[in-house]
Design a protein around this ligand. Structure first.
Ligand SMILES: [Zn+2]
Length: 327
């Protein structure tokens, strides 16, 4: 059994520490706190399994605080943000953007959008409060979205690569839909688990994504498809045994949770981590430049009774007042 974690660069050589580490561990504490607002890479090389584990705390709290949604919608958005973090951290380019968008018809929710850019997350939901009132306390995807589809867009500007996969919103939660996305669109055996809950006054959400990817292959670049490899069911059972309360527990570091799930394997590696934050890219100067491009009569029509043009950001609920004379 070998458990490996990234070494802090300041003590990359064990000898420099001047302390004896208990064999057979090659274990040093990572430099970042692996409890909340972080995504951590995971690999189980002997089973050709790789993935990500994430937990969100303050980030999800602050995003939800801007919206004032009912609990069922808060749970949905918290899980969607966690999935966005898991998928976004798969992007190779730091400037890459991952967008999750639900397109729906006849459900409680008619729009859900989340995105990820360099560890920054944002998201919002548009829903019908009356339909939600009439639904069950914990509505499933069908009740929430009606006839819905989830569009997952990977955008990597440097490689000029844009890829969108679309899957039906079916199953218990967004984790099920994401799992179908990988199975159908990318032919990669995958496991996705998501959970979100309010503990006291604070929201916590967690997610696990595991994929069967033979060495040297990543995401959609994989060359061979083998959905029946014997290593995969084993990993899927161990990963699938993760409990909701483990995913959301802020006192359980993510590397400890990975160890708990996979300690019987020959080797478990935790890889790079990405710190998550709440970030919105709405920018008054940018909004001004967009409005300035409209014809004069259109801009005139945008001016409200108070003499300014008001622009609201759906993501962060900010409202900008633009003075027409500034344009
Ligand atoms: Zn904003």
């Amino acid at each position: 059994m070998l458990r490996m974690v990234p070494l802090p660069t300041s003590c990359a050589r064990r000898e420099e520490l001047g302390v004896a580490l208990p064999s057979p561990y090659l274990l040093l504490m990572p430099t970042v706190q692996l409890n909340t607002d972080v995504v951590l890479g995971v690999a189980i090389p002997s089973r050709n399994a790789r993935g990500r584990i994430a937990r969100l705390g303050r980030v999800v709290d602050s995003i939800l605080a801007a919206h004032n949604y009912p609990p069922a919608i808060e749970t949905l958005l918290a899980e969607a943000l966690t999935l966005t973090a898991l998928l976004g951290s798969l992007l190779k380019e730091p400037q890459g953007q991952l967008t999750l968008q639900a397109q729906t018809q006849g459900g409680i929710v008619d729009l859900l959008v989340c995105d990820y850019l360099g560890g920054e997350l944002r998201g919002y939901v548009r829903h019908d409060p009356e339909l939600l009132e009439a639904a069950s306390a914990e509505p499933n995807l069908k009740e929430l979205f009606g006839e819905g589809y989830l569009a997952i867009t990977f955008d990597q500007p440097i490689a000029e690569e844009r890829y969108q996969g679309i899957v039906p919103l079916e199953g218990k939660n967004l984790g099920d839909a994401a799992q179908s996305y990988f199975a159908q669109s990318e032919q990669i055996p995958s496991l996705v688990r998501l959970a979100a809950e309010k503990r006291g006054d604070h929201w916590f959400a967690g997610g696990l994504l595991l994929q069967h990817l033979p060495e040297g292959e990543e995401g959609r670049e994989r060359l061979h498809t083998r959905l029946d490899h014997p290593d995969w069911p084993h990993i899927a059972i161990l990963g699938g045994s993760v409990k909701r309360e483990e995913l959301t527990d802020p006192d359980l570091p993510l590397d400890d949770l990975i160890w708990r799930l996979f300690h019987e394997e020959d080797e478990v590696r935790t890889l790079d981590s990405v710190q998550l934050s709440r970030g919105c890219r709405c920018d008054p100067d940018y909004v001004r430049s967009v409005i300035a491009r409209f014809p004069a009569e259109d801009r005139e029509a945008m001016i409200g009774d108070d003499g300014v043009i008001r622009v609201d950001c759906a993501f962060c609920s900010s409202s900008f007042a633009i003075e027409p004379k500034e344009l």
